[in-house]
Design a protein around this ligand. Structure first.
Ligand SMILES: CC(C)(COP(=O)(O)OP(=O)(O)OC[C@H]1O[C@@H](n2cnc3c(N)ncnc32)[C@H](O)[C@@H]1OP(=O)(O)O)[C@@H](O)C(=O)NCCC(=O)NCCS
Length: 149
């Protein structure tokens, strides 16, 4: 049974260590980045912990406010959520922690009236892509790149 609970400010150092190690994609998150995510959206920030209380993973998101009415209409959405960052310590993977974290965030989004959730994920993060697809996310865009020099 995976334990997921709201993140507290005491968890931020552990979250930072996991984020720094496993979510250094375009840039390595700093402690200030993690603190900023928490202080802006504490209600959408969750951690998983093991039996000894050690933080094993985290997820954070926010509501995308200020989207134009015509975009909401096109998306057939009332309120839109965004999954900002998630990671599970590699020693604890494939035990359902990522799924439990995502389901907790989605439940909170839904409870608050959010009816569409977006996220971006580097294509090479195949585990994450598989997890998201399993939970019902589908691909609606491709981010492409060509190096010229
Ligand atoms: C993505 C990540 C959070 C998944 O965490 P996890 O706790 O291992 O995930 P779960 O155990 O809940 O996996 C749930 C399902 O996702 C899929 N999945 C997870 N890892 C997978 C992998 N390595 N290969 C294929 N499918 C995988 C499976 O369908 C799995 O179900 P199953 O174990 O019953 O087959 C973790 O791999 C991670 O931290 N990756 C690095 C950071 C990252 O990419 N973050 C996302 C971008 S912000």
């Amino acid at each position: 049974m995976v334990k997921v609970r709201p993140c507290s400010s005491n968890d931020l150092q552990s979250v930072f260590e996991i984020a720094e190690k496993y979510t250094s994609f375009d840039a390595t998150p700093t402690f200030a980045d993690i603190e900023g995510m928490y202080s802006r959206n504490p209600d959408y920030f969750f951690v998983a912990e093991d039996n000894s209380g050690r933080v094993t993973g985290f997820i954070t998101g926010y509501e995308r406010k200020g989207l134009p009415e015509n975009v909401l209409r096109t998306w057939n959405a009332k309120r839109v959520g965004y999954v900002e960052l998630m990671a599970v310590d590699s020693r604890y993977r494939r035990k359902g922690i990522g799924r439990a974290l995502m389901n907790t965030l989605l439940e909170h989004f839904q409870r608050n009236g959010i009816d569409i959730v977006n996220l971006d994920v580097p294509a090479e993060q195949e585990a994450a892509v598989q997890l998201y697809k399993k939970l019902g996310f589908y691909v609606r865009a491709c981010n492409m790149r060509k190096r010229l020099v």
